[in-house]
Design a protein around this ligand. Structure first.
Ligand code: OGA
Ligand code: MN
Length: 291
């Protein structure tokens, strides 16, 4: 029996786990326990003090499901290939660091807007597992917003209305018009990353419904005029990131943070300078088609 401690990190949202070393070869029971803790905590788990190699990170992540970038599965997004780890196609790197030739060691400014990872794909991400290998002394927090509670807090009528809607998620459209174009370069645009998803989806692992629209990648609600779509989205965006639904994670070096993109949005706060190196590695689990 492996002993570890758990502690809630926000009311009803998030669990911190310490005293556990993920190496590889964890028992099925332990893995099932961790995944259950994660679901029960609304899809956020922080596992502290993980000295993970990239291989161990990948092996652990595979217990959640198939990974983007696995040679037998689909790539993450053809246009981010230069941010993928050169030796491990399953690892996407987020960083402000560059190598000796000035090549980025990861995507700088990744996720500096509310989003759900790769929601523009037909099968968007389920879990993302982000390992904080180098953390600025100050700043560089990540915010998480619980979209199950955001849905549950709506009136009955608004729940019914939202459940009738479908929204387009379109990387290029959203990137060009809706957030800091400074963090997106032209090569990021190619590749038909566009999908239609229900605005309310049910997480098959928990049975809970959540809102599934995000300012990062959602371009518009299907079947409405742009004026109508903008009004609906403006209301929902104001609602879904209310402070009551948000947990702000201040990273410790070696944290492994796992979030469920089906019911959680996140936002990377880029308030640190380039003199403060930040280096993170992410494995991304391929989810099901939202329903
Ligand atoms: C991501 C992301 C958040 C961060 O890796 O998907 O959005 O704080 N990163 O780096
Ligand atoms: Mn992200």
């Amino acid at each position: 029996m492996v002993k570890y401690e758990t502690k809630p990190i926000a009311p009803g949202f998030g669990v911190a786990i310490s005293g556990l070393k993920i190496a590889s070869g964890e028992s099925d029971n332990l893995i099932a326990e961790i995944i259950q803790l994660w679901h029960d905590a609304g899809g956020i788990a922080v596992i502290h003090d993980q000295d993970l190699t990239s291989e161990q990170h990948i092996a652990f992540s595979r217990h959640f499901g198939p990974l983007f970038g696995d040679p037998l599965e689909e790539p993450l997004q053809s246009t981010v290939s230069r941010y993928i780890h050169p030796e491990y196609p399953e690892i996407y790197r987020v960083s402000n660091k560059v190598d000796n030739e000035g090549m980025p060691l990861g995507r700088k400014g990744a996720g500096t807007y509310w989003h759900s990872d790769v929601s523009f794909r037909e099968r968007p991400a389920q879990a993302s597992l982000l390992h904080g290998k180098q953390i600025p002394i100050l700043g560089g927090d990540t915010l998480f917003a619980d979209q199950a509670r955001a849905y549950e807090a709506l009136s009955k009528n608004m729940k019914v209305f939202c459940s009738s809607l479908f929204a387009w998620h379109d990387f290029e459209d959203a990137a060009r018009s809706q957030y800091a174009s400074t963090v997106v370069v032209e090569e990021d645009m190619a590749g038909g990353n566009r999908s239609l998803h229900p605005v309310v989806r049910t997480n098959p692992d928990t049975g809970r419904k959540s809102l599934f629209i995000n300012p990062g990648f959602t371009s518009h609600i299907d079947g409405f005029t742009s004026e109508e779509s903008e009004s609906i989205l403006a209301f929902l965006y104001g609602h879904c990131v209310k402070p009551e639904f948000v947990y702000r994670h201040t990273w410790r070096e070696k944290d492994l943070v796992i979030w469920d993109n089906r019911s959680v949005m996140h936002y990377a706060v880029m308030d640190y300078s380039d003199d403060e190196p930040r280096y993170m590695e992410r494995c991304t689990v391929i989810g099901e088609r939202p329903t």
